[in-house]
Design a binder for this molecule. Structure first.
Ligand code: NDP
Length: 237
């Protein structure tokens, strides 16, 4: 594959799951890829050794460190803002600090990262954020705060698409449905319920999400911007 040949790309949260699949796909497409991680050093080193991508320790919850990391990469052709966590449970029982940390990682970080990336970005660049189908719907209790963080990304990409469109920079949010990962294992306790809501009754593979990200970063997607890119097996149909 050469669809991303010569592109300089940064993936936030590339050590595991969907982010690691995105690193693999972008490297396979010919891109020069760096990726961040926060806690999973061994996994990050394994992805780096496998792909040749550069692993960079940078906690998305630390705004100054995140912005400095992006600025240090110089002009980017694409950024994929994937890092995210899910804090779910009874809102009356859930630790408020844990919810605030999720908001920091899932909302504050994507906004400041997207803005800094655009500051550094070549014209025609691509900003891709990994949201969730839960930004559109939350069909079970306990997910209000997580859904809130993913809905926030919808407004963000619409607005930033307007801000950066004159430079040909596109801004989109990919909204996966259930996708097999540490966060949401295909054999986890919620899997059967999730599949019951879907037209295609299985978890997506991370590489299926990565392929969508590669398309949005590639040469044929220059007119797709400010839009919700849902890939959910009919979860929301
Ligand atoms: P995983 O838990 O498997 O992986 C999360 C990745 O994000 C890891 O590489 C992790 O790195 C990184 N990360 C988490 N917190 C931070 C942080 N503070 N700073 C830097 N990196 C961080 O999750 P998924 O792959 O499933 O999820 C990836 C994205 O996709 C998330 O935004 C999630 O909300 C979204 N999503 C997932 C779905 C699913 O069903 N799996 C469905 C819809 C959306 P480290 O371990 O080093 O901290």
């Amino acid at each position: 594959m050469t669809d991303l040949a010569g592109k300089t790309v940064l993936v936030l949260g590339g050590s595991r799951g969907i982010g690691a699949a995105i690193v693999r796909r972008f490297v396979a497409g010919g891109a020069h890829v760096g990726f961040t991680y926060a806690g999973s050093q061994a996994a990050a080193q394994a992805v780096a050794a496998e792909t040749g991508a550069e692993a960079i320790k940078a906690d998305s919850a630390d705004r100054d460190a995140l912005v400095a990391t992006i600025a240090a990469r110089g002009p980017l052709d694409a950024i994929v803002i994937n890092a995210g966590i899910a804090i779910m449970g009874d809102p009356l029982q859930t630790d408020a600090d844990a919810v605030d940390r999720m908001i920091d990682i899932n909302v504050r970080a994507p906004y400041h990262a997207a803005v800094e990336a655009a500051r550094q970005m070549n014209d025609g660049g691509r900003i891709i954020v990994i949201g969730s189908v839960n930004g559109d719907s939350m069909p079970f209790p306990g997910g209000a705060a997580y859904a809130m963080t993913k809905s926030a990304l919808q407004g963000m990409v619409r607005g930033l698409a307007r801000d950066f469109g004159a430079r040909g920079i596109t801004v989109n949010v990919i909204q996966p449905g259930p996708t097999d990962s540490h966060m949401n294992p295909a054999d986890g306790p919620m899997a059967a319920f999730m599949h019951s809501t879907m037209a295609i009754k299985r978890h997506a593979r991370a590489d299926e999400i990565a392929e969508y990200a590669a398309y949005l970063a590639g040469p044929h997607a220059g007119m797709i911007t400010g839009a919700l890119q849902t890939i959910d097996g009919g979860f929301g149909a």
